[in-house]
Write a protein that binds this ligand. Structure first.
Ligand code: T4K
Length: 414
């Protein structure tokens, strides 16, 4: 830490000053892409009067996503949660499926919604992705599959997971909601396992307002997925499968295509922001930024700080409170872990016993804003805030204690 703080502790909002940011900075602020092209596409759509059901924009979007992920098939969906549900059903998973607890709750819900039990495996501390050793420990006679998550765009150990799948006769698929345009050993995420699922939610670096997609190299699976997202229809009046409405609209596909046209620009902005955070946070004790392997393609969409409470003078929750007071809505993704959310904490009250790394990592992580909505000056200000808060840690802790009436805003809300 430098000897002279760039802002005086007195200027911290948590200590009574005005917030450094007059309006709120969000984690997950959407990138907009080229507005004129989007509006032109929406006009085309209106002129065509074709708004949904496998329209031309959906086809174009699917072709582009398949190309980026180097897969044979892309089946666009209304969102990634429904895409996960449909993929799980198309793969005929049942009984128990092993997933990491350290993920967005949609991964677990997509199973539980179909009365399949998500069995939580621990994560690897270095990559935050599911730990293959932990998977082996929770396999039972009811296990039918493994659903890995390429968290923050960093790929799972797909070689080890595929090996476990083969040895135990389990289906393997991946939740790749964060990992569009990322690679693993030089191969694009998309073709691992039986299939992979992307999210194009507004908060993702490429968004379709709402959207998801399943990519696969399996012709038969792709065919079934297409039927299942459209009520099981295989042509007029002919229903061949149990299906649902998982279709992507033309307006969403128009946004998705427009977003994809800016993919290089968005990744560049994200990477510049990541590097700016790296520079600005260097030397602040107990704070580290998760690393992206520079030999791989990354989308740099997530600015993930780990706060080590043994070294940093404030813990993660105190840091988040400091940022919130300054109008920076830092997030604690994916605290406290699915196993500590309902219905899982009631259904599996002892799950935490097998998840020590998940519990530790989830209590230390804090995400900060990036993307086209912010600039490097804002990043420098956020680093200044953190530095000033650490220098005034005692006062910050006192202020927080006063504001919570002695009850610490803590990691134990769950
Ligand atoms: N698997 C994984 C690993 C995932 O991370 C996700 C989704 C999924 C599966 C499921 O994908 P989808 O079914 O959603 O396609 C947000 C997103 O809603 C969710 O898509 C995302 N992961 C998750 C990580 O973040 P929340 O509950 O945190 O959303 P919310 O409303 O707090 O919004 C996040 C921030 O973004 C806020 O600070 C506000 C800002 N925001 C949001 C929207 C929608 C905007 O500035 N503009 C907007 O339009 O889940």
């Amino acid at each position: 830490m430098s000897a002279t703080p760039t802002i005086a502790s007195k200027s911290l909002a948590i200590l009574g000053a005005a917030p450094r940011f007059p309006s709120v900075l969000h984690v997950g602020r959407p990138n907009v892409g080229n507005r004129e092209r989007l509006l032109a596409r929406l006009n085309d759509m209106l002129d065509r009067r074709w708004f949904s059901n496998d329209g031309p924009f959906v086809h174009e979007f699917e072709a582009k996503v398949a190309e980026i992920s180097q897969t044979k098939h892309c089946v666009a969906m209304c969102n990634a949660t429904v895409a996960l549900e449909i993929a799980i059903r198309a793969l005929e998973m049942s009984g128990e499926v092993i997933i990491p607890s350290y993920t967005f709750v949609a991964t677990a819900h997509a199973l539980q919604w179909q009365e399949i039990t998500p069995v939580f495996a621990d994560i690897d501390a270095a990559t935050c992705t599911i730990d293959p050793h932990s998977i082996e420990r929770v396999i039972s006679s009811k296990t039918t599959g493994i659903l890995g998550v390429h968290l923050w765009g960093r790929a799972c150990d797909t070689e080890a997971i595929d090996g476990i799948g083969r040895r135990h006769g389990l289906k393997v698929m991946y939740d790749a909601a964060h990992a569009l345009a990322c690679s693993h050993h030089g191969r694009r995420v998309g073709g691992f396992g039986e299939c992979e699922v992307f999210s194009f939610h507004a908060t993702k670096f490429i968004n379709a307002f709402e959207g998801g997609a399943i990519v696969t190299n399996n012709d038969d699976l792709a065919r079934r997925l297409r039927f299942m997202r459209n009520f099981g229809f295989a042509g007029y009046d002919n229903v061949r499968y149990l299906g649902v409405n998982g279709k992507m609209t033309e307006a969403c596909a128009a946004m998705g295509i427009t977003s994809l046209e800016s993919i290089d620009e968005i990744v560049q902005v994200n990477q510049e922001h990541y590097e700016a955070y790296e520079r600005c946070l260097a030397g602040i004790p107990g704070v580290s930024l998760i690393r992206y392997d520079k030999r791989e393609s990354n989308n740099y969409q997530y600015i993930v700080l780990e706060i080590d409470p043994e070294v940093a003078p404030l813990d993660r929750d105190e840091v988040v409170a400091v940022f919130h007071a300054e109008n920076v809505l830092a997030r604690k993704y994916f605290w406290p872990g699915c196993h500590r959310m309902e219905p899982y904490r009631s259904l599996q009250p002892n799950a935490h016993l097998l998840l020590p790394v998940t519990e530790r990592v989830a209590s230390r992580i804090c995400l900060l804003p990036t993307g086209q909505a912010i600039d490097t000056a804002m990043i420098a200000t956020m680093a200044d805030i953190l530095e000033a808060a650490f220098q005034s840690a005692g006062e910050v802790k006192d202020a927080l204690r006063r504001s919570t009436g002695g009850h610490e805003a803590s990691n134990h809300e769950a």
